[in-house]
Design a protein around this ligand. Structure first.
Ligand SMILES: [Zn+2]
Length: 324
């Protein structure tokens, strides 16, 4: 959420963080424009996430191989931070790698139906009204056809450690939060952490799963850890100030949504009623409606639920209202 970009430029492509760590950035970080990472040491490498389609992932892997011809020639380990397609749809291009995810993430990948579901939705967008139009608009730049999602080959719960050359990489499960099985990738020796979509910078985060307190706790865990460089799932590279900004946003909307839930306000009405003035520089503000819906589901113990098509429809309406 914060503007804090420190010393790192926000430009498309591979950024050398030093000592064999890299971030791959895709401005402007809006829907589907995710970041990824690479950790290398002594000729070995660990990739953090692939991208939303095969073309984008191929470009990224080429850039990584140019920067690290030896270590990235054959990537030994791929970690998927979570199940959303913009972090795993390119998996099949990392042939032979061990693909690691949390158990909950792997289960959600199966449940979500891979790229085929998004390809079908995109093809049939015209038949699903305002939700379809919004969906077609935000996912127009991506090609979901012909993707055969390579699934995790190794899953874990809570924590796992891997070696990359002589470096230790810690995988920390902090979900369910953004999705059901979110994982942080921490490289203690380099004081770097790759957060996946536990962190959105310059854009509204989106709570698909919750509970929100898990996400707030994940932010606190990053703030309490020995890191200097924080690579978010979307947006520019940041530091702990960026994490604190997102934590503050989650606390704010959870509080505001609760007041409106207690007052009996409907989801759409509440989403429009919550002031986002303090976050006016952040993109994708329509996500507030998904966040309110997820918070209402949480407050009601699962009784107030919306499906994804309804949510996309409400986001389309919020966007239209913002354009007026
Ligand atoms: Zn993402």
């Amino acid at each position: 959420m914060s503007q804090s970009q420190g010393k790192w430029a926000y430009t498309k492509g591979l950024h050398d963080l030093g000592n064999g760590c890299y971030a791959y950035l895709q401005p402007n970080g809006s829907w589907g424009w995710s970041n990824a990472g690479l950790v290398t040491d002594s000729g070995e490498s660990l990739l953090v996430d692939t991208l939303f389609d095969l073309k984008l992932t191929r470009e990224m892997l080429d850039a990584m191989r140019r920067a690290e011809p030896k270590a990235a020639a054959r990537i030994g380990t791929l970690v998927n931070t979570h199940s959303n397609g913009d972090h795993c749809f390119g998996n099949e291009l990392v042939a032979g790698a061990e693909i690691i995810a949390s158990k909950a993430c792997a289960e959600e990948m199966i449940r979500d139906g891979g790229a085929k579901r998004l390809a079908d939705l995109k093809r049939n967008a015209a038949a699903i009204g305002e939700a379809g139009a919004f969906f077609a608009e935000i996912f127009a730049p991506f090609d979901f056809e012909g993707i055969d999602l390579a699934m995790p080959t190794l899953t874990f719960e809570r924590r796992m450690e891997r070696r990359v050359g002589n470096k230790t990489v810690r995988l920390i499960e902090v979900g369910p939060a953004h999705t059901r099985g979110d994982v942080l990738v921490h490289v203690p020796e380099d004081r770097v952490i790759y957060t996946g979509d536990i962190l959105f910078i310059n854009g509204h985060p989106i709570i698909w799963a919750g509970p929100v307190q898990n996400w707030i706790n994940a932010c606190q865990l990053i703030i309490d850890s020995d890191v200097d460089t924080v690579v978010p799932g979307h947006g520019p590279i940041t530091d702990k100030k960026g994490v604190a900004g997102l934590k503050g946003y989650l606390e704010y909307i959870a509080r505001e949504a609760r007041r409106r839930y207690d007052a009996g306000m409907q989801i759409f009405e509440a989403a429009q009623d919550i002031s986002l003035a303090d976050y006016s520089s952040c993109g994708d503000a329509e996500r507030i409606v998904v966040n309110v819906a997820s918070l209402y589901r949480e407050f009601s113990g699962g009784k107030v639920a919306s499906n994804v098509i309804e949510l996309f429809g409400m986001m389309a309406r919020i966007r239209q209202n913002q354009r007026r």
